[in-house]
Design a protein around this ligand. Structure first.
Ligand code: UP5
Ligand code: MG
Length: 196
């Protein structure tokens, strides 16, 4: 019965740790479908008829976590629409509200394999995000002011979620403070059997 459920890997780590970059590599190599909660929120924000556009934009600029009902329904509909059965859920769950909403609405319908945690020092992460902003990412949160807020939220709200999964032996930690290719080598080493 468990076999019929879609497989999910959560991908967590500080802002700029390289979650999106590594997810793309995992997709290319192992055929997972990548669902970035942040990307889905930015897409929703961009829809002219979205009732949540302004709310999402203010949360993102403030580095705050959007209420789980919005994020979870975007994730669920993307999963359904894709028809796929292996998902990387990138940047979620990020706080207690996310965790409770997911556990209530979705957890029983999927098979959570593990949490891939990209560990990277703050200075490196900030440099990467500022670099991306300077290169024209267009992200309204790639600036020093938003980054400070994103990091505060990461430390106070997301790290306890990582701890929650650590206590359940579900966290696989990767050193993300090397080049993208080196990080990916570590990803492959750690979880070879699960990426088949
Ligand atoms: N880069 C990547 N890897 C590198 C490496 N090894 N060496 C050198 N450079 C590297 O990478 C960031 C930048 O670094 C890129 O320029 C890349 O080339 C380079 P990326 O792969 O994009 O890192 P990632 O960890 O994905 O960084 P991101 O900025 O996406 O992280 P966040 O977690 O902050 O952003 P996200 O999009 O997930 O969330 C944004 C906001 O949305 C949140 O702050 C929040 O307000 C909201 N949100 C919610 O409310 N709820 C959610 O569930 C999710 C998001
Ligand atoms: Mg990302």
């Amino acid at each position: 019965l468990n076999m019929a459920k879609p497989k999910v890997i959560f991908v967590l780590g500080a802002p700029g740790a390289g979650k999106g970059t590594q997810c793309q590599k995992i997709v290319d190599r192992f055929g997972y479908m990548h669902l970035s909660a942040g990307d889905l929120l930015r897409e929703e924000r961009a829809k002219p008829d979205s009732q949540y556009g302004e709310l999402i934009e203010s949360y993102i600029q403030e580095g705050k976590i959007v209420p789980v009902e919005i994020t979870c329904s975007l994730l669920e509909s993307a999963m359904k629409k894709s028809g796929k059965e292996k998902f990387l859920i990138d940047g979620f769950p990020r706080n207690q509200n996310n965790l409770e909403g997911w556990n209530k609405a979705v957890a029983q319908n999927v098979n959570l394999l593990f949490v891939l945690f990209f560990e990277c020092p703050r200075e490196a992460c900030v440099e990467r995000c500022l670099g991306r902003g300077a290169a024209g990412s267009g992200r309204s949160d790639d600036n020093m002011q938003s980054l400070q807020k994103r990091f505060n939220t990461y430390i106070t709200e997301t790290q306890p979620i990582i701890k929650y999964y650590e206590e359940r032996n579900l966290v696989r930690t990767i050193d993300a403070n090397t080049s993208p290719d080196e990080v990916f080598e570590e990803v492959k080493k750690q979880k070879r059997q699960l990426f088949r």
